[in-house]
Design a protein around this ligand. Sequence first.
Ligand code: N01
Length: 865
Amino acid sequence: MPVDSRFAATDTDVIVVGAGFAGLYLAYRLSRAGYRLRVLEAAPDLGGTWYWNRYPGARVDVPSVDYMYSFDPDWQQDWQWSEKYATQPEILRYLHHVADKHDLRRHITCGTRVEQARWDEDNAVWHVCTGHDHDITARFLVMATGCLSVPKHVDIPGMERFAGEVYFTSRWPHDPVDFTGKRVAVIGTGSSGVQSIPMIARQAGRLVVFQRTPTFSVPAGNGPLPAQKLELLATDEAGYRQAARMSPAGVPMVRSQTPTFSVPAEERRQRYETDWEAGELLVLLNAFADVMSDREANEEFAEFIRGKIRAVVDDPQTASALCPTTYPVGSKRLCLDTGYYATYNLPYVRLVDVATDPIRGITETGIDTAAESFEFDALVFATGFDALTGALAAIDITGRDAVPLKDDWADGPATYLGLMTAGFPNLFLITGPGSPSVLSNMAVSIEQHVDWVVDCLTDLRTGGFEVIEPTKSAQTGWMRHVDDCAGMTLYACANSWYLGANVPGKPRVFMPYAGGVDFYRAACDEVVARDYLGFARSGSAGVRCNDGVVRRLQPDVQMLLEQMAAVGSPPLESMSADDARAFYALWRSALPPGPEVGEVVDGVLDGDGVELAYRLYRPPSTGPYPVVVYFHGGGCVLGDATTDDAFCRDLCARSDAIFISVDYRHAPENPFPAAVLDGMTAVRWAAANAAELGGDPGRLAVCGWSAGGNIAAAVCQIARDAGAPDIVGQALVTPATDYDFTRKSYSDNANGYGLTTSAVRWLFGHYAREADRTDPRLAPLYAESLAGLPPAVVVTAEFDPVRDEGDAYARALAAADVATEHIRARGHTHDSLTLVGFVLSGAPVRAEIADALGRFLAAERLAIH
Ligand code: N01
């Protein structure tokens, strides 16, 4: 059923470039959906990656039962893997089997390299030119060109001079290569090197491995198919495959929520050991929630692996050179091996550390390093790929207004969902940059992309559209989200091919989507459910542009909100104040603990006959310290001195100041102005007792979150008017400053972001009366003047009902010449910044708050001394 077109007829409906894993599934889906299609493949045969990478030892590094199509569960009937990790020939046989079984070959033209693709705006067609000079037209072009298909140019001088045999792992000959008795060099120790080195060592007379960066490699423990997986598949294959689709990395597993150091050391070691024995890369990095985000957590796991390397390799110097120390584990792709480290114990195998003894060049007879000359019969280059964008850049693709894709992506790839790119209508990318791709089980990610693309084509057809293209703003929003996801991880700490760092001159941009397969899929599905949000479509049905950004929250905030929504807790307003307090206390106590501080002391302060409980946090350094009086959040109804424990620890550790979290009186039992009066009492007490507490009198600041921010602001005004105590700075985190419910943020962010507008109304109703509304102690924005107040840092969150009143207060302070730093926390909610262990994206904002406090307090110290 051809696409109903008001444009020029085309040779075919869809051209697919590449007949690998993705191209085959596209052929299957598109043909079943009634499209005319051509699959163009440069290689002489199908298979993609598995056609080219046929070096000795080449295997999959995701268990074979997971690394296969799920659309055809025929493995139980007519396909059985022979091993946990299948070899390249077996995987290639599988792809041939799939192609034959589903009669896909008739769509594929092999030996045909696509060299040029040009978008013809007038006719809404792609013109595709191949090496045979063909001009083939199609409405849609789908690049199934693979993430790791274009070998990296080897940048070692003298390549052409070598007279012996030269091999590339990525372009291995089809005839057997015999290294028996030969002197062989392998350059490169990524996955290809790690897999091929033990196999080459079986034959070579002498093997020298040239290593520039050591790798973290995990023993595959290859052998029979894992019994547990087989049992799960036999019991419920559909459930198993669905679990993979909804998992973080594309193999069935539950996303770890446990921070490393919340578990005792021995238990952690046991967990590492168990996972090590299991030999599954994607599982290993999920051992604890923070392995890929926390330096210390990562370092502990890295050291565990280094211990394993040292235990295998006999020569301590070689072992040391094989231990990676310059980047976090996982930030370069983990390798899976069979006997890699033990290979270095063979007397005729030697490691040359190119980092300390650089390669000078290749000679006629071998390789010269700075310190030595080596002679070889054969050189094997396992030097990697121009990953993720290389295959697209290799084709001369021009889009709207004849803009070349290469120019458009000169500063790094920009896509919407990794599926399309603005300015290139009807061009689809399979596992493109901006999608989970290489961070996931490719089989699962490929199927998801192909399904999305084919369903999209069908929706276009049904809706009377023929052209689709993402909007610039949707794309910019998605790329910001991709950056936000990467920013929460340690990926940027390595010079990896994920960042293009292996290819000289390539822009350094983290290309894959690090938020996980599950969250990625949810975003793709949401885009469709919201009528192709972020896309412009046109055709016989007219033009429809549904501009918008699908992910505006910080990734971890989004995940948390989704998890909370799944739990489905009752709204605060439906509870009594006591029940709401109990519920709130329970939720806050379930938060991960904050960082270690020097000391935590609970006490009761006695201020002018009023007794208030407090919790004091002392930094680990030597005092005297500045003192910050902290007011907790909870709308003056909920919470106590301990409910912001992790937030206070975090700020204490970052700012090197004593934090005193005060338990002021709460409403409705003690309505306005009880809380603010207690706030004043606490500040006076802290000023009077600073030295006794180990603090530095004269260096006193206040800080508060939410209603606590409101109290902190009010206290500064009262102290200013009273002339004492001297407060040198105020940090107001998502503060309420006038409870003006007509503000836009109360309607924009009324629901769905944690604190709701109706909850704020409910809290306000317990705390104050309408008659109090203009009292500056309740609504500091109503103060007659804000002049003369201490310097302030005001933090407002984008998705917060009280955002606009915080913004207004920051503006008003600045207008009154108060030194004011206004931090607009993009993608955050009212409480997300305080959720220290859960919301890693809040860390930079907390650092800014602490820095600002540090500046206020340091300025005062300079003035004093
Ligand atoms: O390539 P790589 P790969 N002088 O880029 C070194 C997938 N894969 O083909 O790290 C000296 O990882 C380079 O050093 P450095 C998998 O996703 C999967 O091994 O840049 N050395 C590095 O050591 C994998 O991650 C499987 O300092 C030079 C090596 O060459 C991806 O493909 C198997 C150099 C390249 O490592 C790529 O793996 C194979 C120079 N001039 C591959 N230039 C499975 O198991 C580069 N190097 C499924």
